[in-house]
Every structure is written in C-alpha cells, then in structure tokens.
Design a protein around this ligand. Structure first.
Ligand code: GDP
Ligand code: MN
Length: 386
C-alpha cells in the first residue's frame, strides 16, 4: 500500500525526522488559510498523488503569497496529474499539501529497501539527490552508496558515518544524519515498510530536512498496522485491481484488448506471452487461483468485462486441483449471467477435460474451443481483430 507524502511526513515527524511544517488543503480557500497559519513568506503547494515526478509535471508549485497558494491549488484540484510514473491515465488530485518553503543548499537522496538477495534492509544513499535515482544508477552508479543492515546487529553509527561522509556531510550534519538514519531504520521495521524514500533530503543552512517523502507498506502486514491501513486512499488505486483483491483474484490491468482468465500465475504469464507472440496484446493479467469456483469464475468475467477495451477473452485453465467439468460449468453460468458479448476462446486441459469440453460444446453458447495454447492464442488474436 502506498502512502501520500503528507502521511509519510506525519510518520517522519513521529520518529523525529525533520520535515517542513505543512497542512493539507482540498480547495483554494483552505490552501490560503493554511499558508497564513504556517506563516513565512514562501510556500510550496504539492499535489498529493501516489506518484513521484510531480515537480516536472506541474504538481509542485512555489508561491509567495496565500493568494497565489489558493490559485495554484484551484488549478490542481480536480485535475489528473500525469507524471512519468503514473501511466497515460494519470492520477486524480483531491488534496494538496501546503508547506513552508525551504531554501535549498544541496539535495541528497536517501532510501531504505529490502535487499532480497541478502535478506537485509539496505540503505541506498547518494549525493545526487532531487533527480531520478534510476538515471543516477544508470549513468553515474559510482554516486550510489549501499549499506546493508544486519538484522541482529542493527544499524551501526559507523555505518551512518560512512553514508554521511559519502553524502559530503561534515561535523554536526553527520550527527543529524545519523539520527535521521537510525529513525528511518526504526520506522521501516516498526511500520512494516517495503520502501522508504526521501528524495530530496536537503541541506538548508546547517540543517538536514526531508523535503519529500515516500513510503510503501507491505500489504501482507496491514493486518497489524491498523492505523496506517485506515489511511488507504482508494481513489489513487486501480478500481478493478481493488475489486479483484476483495475476491482474492490476482488481477493487474494492462493496455491491450485481449482479456485473459487463467488459473495459476505461471500459466497466466505464459498465456500473456503466447498472445503477444501471435501478434495480440493482453488487456490484463488474471490468476483465478487453484480453487477456481463457479462464483469466482463469474466474478472474474464481470471484472474483465468492465474494461471497455476488451475485444475477446481467452480462458486458459489447467485442471490439476480443479476439475475441468466444474470450470466449464462456471464458464457456462458466467457467460449466461454476465451476458458476454465478445468472443470467448476456451482451452481447458487436465482432469476431466473431455467432460468439460463436452459441456461447453453442448451449452449452445458461442464459445470457441481450442485444443492447445498456441491454437487458443491464434484464435483469440484473430477474434479480437474482427
Ligand atoms: P517529486 O517531483 O514528486 O519528487 O516532488 P518533490 O517533493 O521531490 O519536489 C520536486 C522538486 O521541487 C524538489 O526536488 C525541489 O527541487 C523542489 N522543491 C520542493 N519543495 C521546495 C521548497 O520548499 N523550496 C524550493 N526551493 N524548492 C522546492
Ligand atoms: Mn521527490
């Protein structure tokens, strides 16, 4: 689960990590009010969406009066922000975060992620902050410093000093950085993060301040992060992926026009590949799981058909744990219930496959049978082109 910047900064503040003073606003009047309450002469108005790259996309505006804060807010609210991280649809802006403006002397990069190879939480820091870290990694990898934290030993002050010197910090700044790094490590563990990123952590005068904040929480740990789970902003998430999650279906929206319904993640990946190999383009990844019941098949059909781009459906089921005749019944019921209007190509194989195929062919429904995956892919690609 992703957090908004203002939520991430709220957690930072709790752990003693310095952040600019800020207030959330959802319209121009609230933004002007926020600016007056915060005081000062310069403010930043920041679109709250679950994506980075806002600065370059017009989602971060520096202003020098409460009126200008109001104006910038009115321009953003209700719009969709398109950054290089959002995809072409962009994300809706419902709130902005108004902060006291900071004078920036240097921009640094700090993040914590799980190093899966080592099984350690790892710091990645760089003196080249404020820009795309992927760019830094690609063009100037020597500017990245990686530090693995041994889970038993915890983060050592000596490791913090190595990072601090690598960031070009001196004297008291090293002490401040050590405090921030220790707090980040504790925050990462306490709140079950999968990512914490500060880009940029700025040097302003002799102080270090987290100017931006990004936190991802591990979904599987949300049951023990009740407060944070309540911060979820469904408006920033893919509606279909959310419905799928409710029904324990693994669903990911894609750009193409051929919907796939498959049992098993590996088979689903292979199905998408074979569709692509034959010149088609998948509209989704959908794994209905091993226990694909009639109800779940129905829900799955509803889900994939709510995408208006879908021109044809490929059902690819391997009956190992599930029986093919039962899946066939599910497909027949779903096609009848849901009123499927696009061609459905079905490939079923495995336990009771013969009975399953017989049920489908006798159902009177316009289901196109295929004997193997290649034939199924060819047929569905042809159907989608009609
Ligand atoms: P992102 O583009 O979504 O990562 O949003 P950021 O919060 O990182 O802001 C983008 C950029 O805007 C930063 O790298 C800064 O250069 C600039 N910026 C943000 N806040 C301030 C501020 O208070 N003062 C100044 N001078 N620049 C800021
Ligand atoms: Mn940033």
């Amino acid at each position: 689960m992703n957090l908004h910047e203002y939520q991430s900064k709220q957690l930072f503040a709790r752990y003693g990590i310095p952040v600019p003073n800020g207030l959330v606003a959802s319209n121009g009047a609230e933004a002007a009010d926020a600016a007056r309450k915060l005081g000062g002469a310069k403010w930043v108005v920041k679109a709250q969406v679950h994506a980075g790259g806002r600065g370059k996309a017009g989602g971060v505006k520096l202003v020098d009066s409460p009126e200008a804060a109001s104006e910038a807010t009115e321009k953003m609210i209700g719009q969709r922000l398109h950054t290089h991280q959002t995809g072409p649809e962009g994300l809706p802006i419902h709130q902005v975060f108004v902060e006291q403006g900071s004078k920036i002397d240097r921009e640094l990069y700090v993040s914590l992620v799980l190093n899966r190879d080592k099984g350690h939480v790892a710091f990645i820091v760089s003196p080249a902050g404020g820009m795309d870290i992927e760019e830094v990694a690609a063009h100037t990898p020597e500017k990245l410093i990686r530090v693995n934290v041994h889970p038993a030993a915890g983060l050592q002050d000596s490791q913090c000093r190595v990072m601090g010197f690598g960031l070009g910090l001196k004297g008291d700044q090293i002490k401040q950085f050590t405090k921030i790094a220790q707090a980040l490590y504790k925050l990462y563990l306490d709140t079950d993060c999968s990512l914490v990123e500060i880009n940029p952590l700025i040097v302003t005068g002799d102080k270090l301040v987290a100017l931006d904040a990004k936190i991802n929480i591990e979904d599987n740990a949300l049951f023990r992060q009740k407060e944070i789970a309540g911060w979820r902003d469904a408006s920033q998430e893919d509606e279909m992926e959310r419905v799928a999650a409710q029904h324990e279906l693994n669903y990911v929206s894609l750009d193409g026009n051929i919907a796939c319904m498959v049992n098993g993640a590996g088979l689903a990946m292979a199905t998408m590949d074979v569709i692509q190999l034959h010149g088609g383009s998948p509209a989704n990844f959908l794994d209905v799981g091993g226990g694909a019941t009639k109800e779940r098949v129905s829900t799955a059909f509803n889900l994939i058909l709510s995408n208006p781009k879908v021109k044809a459906i490929l059902v690819n089921i391997f009956g190992g744990i599930v029986r093919c005749d039962m899946i066939a019944e599910g497909i027949i019921a779903a096609v009848k219930d849901v009123g499927v209007k696009v061609p459905v190509v079905v490939r079923i194989e495995g336990t009771n496959a013969e009975q399953g195929r017989k049920l489908l062919s006798e159902s009177g429904l316009a289901v196109i049978a295929a004997k193997d995956l290649t034939e199924a892919a060819k047929k569905v690609v042809a159907s989608a082109k009609k």
